[in-house]
Write a protein of this length. Structure first.
Length: 130
């Protein structure tokens, strides 16, 4: 039987999730990773992408634009810059996220990181079909 871990997701706007999950799939800045019970303590930055929490009642998916993930043996805490449940995602909202990222890219100190984040958002838009 799969182990369990506490999953919490918050953004500046609201708390989006607090549930028990069997695994959490995270779009890390250095690559995707999956956290499960017993995971080594890790802190990573997020890249724009889809974050998924797999629980007994099903999979909960969220679009994130960036932030941080803290992983421990018993839990995952996500502090997202922006996060939206996939079922609430609309084409105008995704366009707004891309426009916000474009503005941030224009003034970013590290252009490579900003350009990569923009590319991730555009790829997510293409993948979602909006």
């Amino acid at each position: 039987m799969a182990g369990h871990l506490q999953f919490d997701l918050v953004s500046p706007e609201r708390r989006l999730a607090s549930l028990t999950a069997t695994e959490v799939q995270i779009p890390g800045a250095d690559g995707d990773l999956t956290a499960m019970e017993g995971h080594a303590p890790t802190i990573t930055t997020l890249r724009p992408g889809v974050l998924k929490a797999i629980a007994a009642e099903g999979t909960k998916a969220y679009v994130v634009t960036g932030g941080f993930a803290e992983i421990s043996a018993t839990g995952v805490s996500i502090l997202a810059e922006r996060a939206v449940p996939v079922e609430e995602l609309t084409a105008p909202l995704l366009d707004r996220l891309i426009a916000d990222a474009s503005e941030a890219t224009a003034v970013a100190v590290d252009k490579d990181v900003a350009d990569k984040a923009m590319a991730d958002l555009l790829a997510m838009k293409a993948a979602t079909g909006f």
